[in-house]
Design a protein around this ligand. Structure first.
Ligand SMILES: Cc1cc2nc3c(=O)[nH]c(=O)nc-3n(C[C@H](O)[C@H](O)[C@H](O)COP(=O)(O)O)c2cc1C
Length: 210
């Protein structure tokens, strides 16, 4: 396979090279299209680029309307075999918030924390034995994170905790696997993106058209 990363950076069109195949021309056209879309964007792309992980929150609780929108987004996420194995606890009571903060410091000062699990008795198992449970939960959580941003609600995906301690703390059913938590709330004015947010790999490192 030719290394397309060098082609993406090269200013000379492969069309000028008589040795290129029609397939390579298609790839070049795709790469040009990609570059154009990167510039032009879309409503979704703009939102995806603007979102950042919020780690400092106002004390006020998320409104019922916003919470409903967020949860509804998670309900419409794709899942393997449509099994919808995601199970989400919405931690808001003083007791639940104190408990999650005792398990991990990455709950921050968020007024709401989603505890996202998969029910392994429900998740799809492929013929090769692969279990899609964590993926179901992850996609649902991603949908919720993006809808939260649309509502002006900030959040951070967090896996900085001991899964077994979290499981025990909330006395979860044995067939549930904890996938992540998501602290969320309205961002404090002084909250700002961490440096990581601005570090994105080049498309040439991430993608290969074949
Ligand atoms: C699987 C996963 C685990 C993460 N765990 C943590 C965490 O434990 N603590 C934290 O502060 N951020 C955590 N993050 C957030 C990432 O650090 C963050 O998304 C990344 O640095 C990009 O920054 P941005 O979301 O602001 O664009 C996690 C993100 C993912 C996807």
């Amino acid at each position: 396979m030719k290394d397309k990363s060098t082609e993406m950076e090269n200013t000379t069109s492969v069309a000028e090279d008589k040795t290129v195949t029609p397939k390579e021309l298609v790839i070049e056209a795709r790469e040009k299209e990609f570059a154009a879309v990167k510039e032009l964007g879309s409503a979704f792309l703009t939102m995806a680029k603007e979102r950042w992980s919020v780690r400092k929150f106002k004390p006020e609780q998320i409104s019922d309307t916003h919470m409903s929108r967020i949860l509804e987004a998670g309900r419409h996420a794709p899942s393997a075999h449509n099994n919808q194995s995601q199970r989400v606890l919405i931690l808001q009571s003083d007791e639940a918030i104190a408990k999650v903060r005792s398990v991990t410091r990455w709950a921050f000062n968020a007024p709401t924390v989603l505890l996202v699990c998969t029910d392994l008795t429900e998740s799809w198992k492929n013929v090769d034995g692969h279990d899609s449970g964590e993926i179901d939960a992850a996609i649902a959580l991603d949908h919720m994170m993006l809808e939260a941003w649309e509502c002006g609600v900030g959040s951070t995906w967090v896996r900085g905790f001991d899964e077994h301690i979290m499981h025990k703390a909330f006395d979860l059913p044995s067939e549930w696997k904890v996938v992540a938590i998501m602290p969320m709330g309205y961002p404090l004015e002084k909250a700002h993106p961490a440096n990581f947010h601005f570090t994105r790999k080049e498309a040439s490192e991430l993608y290969r058209f074949l």
